[in-house]
Write a protein that binds this ligand. Structure first.
Ligand SMILES: O=C([C@H](O)CO)[C@H](O)[C@H](O)COP(=O)(O)O
Length: 213
C-alpha cells in the first residue's frame, strides 16, 4: 500500500518546501490539477528534478487527445499520468498505449462516474494501471466520501491497482486501510496541518502496520 501526497493549492517553490518536509514518509508526489493549470508542466519538471527518487504523478485529468497529453506529461518527467474515467474508450486506449511506449503508468480518475462498477470493469479490461475512486472538493463540501465506492470496485477489478482520493484524514485512514487499496492519496489531510511531517509519518506508520478501523 503506497501513500501519495497531493499538492494542489500551492505554487512551485511552496510545493518543493512541502515535499522536503515529508519526503521520507511518502511514495508518490502528485502535482495537482490546480498547480498544473497555473504553472503548466514546469511544476512536474521542477518536482521530478528536485526529488528524482520519488514517483511523480501529473494530475492532468485528460479528457481528449490522450496520447498527445500523456507524451507531454511524460516528457516533463511524470511517472504516472491521470485520465478521467468518463473519457471515451478510444482516449483511454490512446493513453494506455502511449504510457506503455514511454514506460509510464496511467491512473484513471473515477470522479463523477455514475455506474462505478461497470466502468471500473471496462477500464480494467482496457489496461488501466490504477483505477481511482475520488470524491472531489465540490462533493467533499457536501459531506461525501468514496469509501463505499472503494469497496464496490474492489470486487470487480482484477488487474489494475486500486486507489482512493478525496478528503482522507489521519482520523479516517484506518477505515480506508480496512478496504485494502493499493494507493492512498492525501492532500489537505497533510498539507493543511501545522505539523505535516508528523502527520505524514503517522499515516505511513498506520499504512505499514495495516492498522484498520
Ligand atoms: O484531485 C484532487 C482534486 O480534484 C483537486 O484537483 C485532489 O488532489 C484530491 O482530492 C486529493 O486532495 P484532498 O481531497 O485534499 O485529500
Amino acid at each position: 500500500m503506497k501513500l501519495q501526497l497531493a499538492l494542489d493549492l500551492v505554487n512551485i517553490p511552496e510545493a518543493i518546501e512541502l515535499v522536503k518536509e515529508v519526503e521520507e514518509h511518502i511514495d508518490i508526489v502528485e502535482i495537482g490539477t490546480p498547480i498544473i493549470n497555473i504553472e503548466g508542466h514546469r511544476a512536474v519538471q521542477a518536482i521530478k528534478t528536485a526529488f528524482p527518487n520519488l514517483e511523480v504523478l501529473a494530475d492532468i485529468k485528460i479528457m481528449d487527445a490522450a496520447g498527445y497529453e500523456v507524451a507531454n506529461a511524460s516528457q516533463a518527467g511524470a511517472d504516472i499520468v491521470t485520465i478521467l474515467g468518463q473519457a471515451e474508450d478510444a482516449s483511454i486506449k490512446g493513453a494506455v498505449e502511449e504510457a506503455k511506449k514511454q514506460g509510464k503508468q496511467i491512473l484513471v480518475d473515477m470522479i463523477a462516474v455514475k455506474d462505478i462498477q461497470t466502468r471500473a470493469k471496462e477500464l480494467d479490461e482496457l489496461g488501466a494501471d490504477y483505477i481511482c475512486v475520488h470524491t472531489g472538493y465540490d462533493l467533499q463540501a457536501e459531506g461525501k466520501d468514496s469509501f463505499e465506492d472503494l469497496r464496490s470496485i474492489k470486487s470487480v477489478v482484477k488487474n489494475a491497482k486500486i486507489a482512493i482520493a478525496g478528503g482522507i484524514k489521519l482520523e479516517t485512514l484506518p477505515e480506508v486501510i480496512k478496504a485494502q487499496p493499493d494507493l492512498i492519496i492525501v492532500g489537505g489531510g497533510i498539507t493543511g496541518k501545522e505539523n505535516k511531517k508528523e502527520v505524514a509519518a503517522q499515516m505511513q506508520q498506520l499504512i505499514n502496520a495495516g492498522v484498520t478501523a
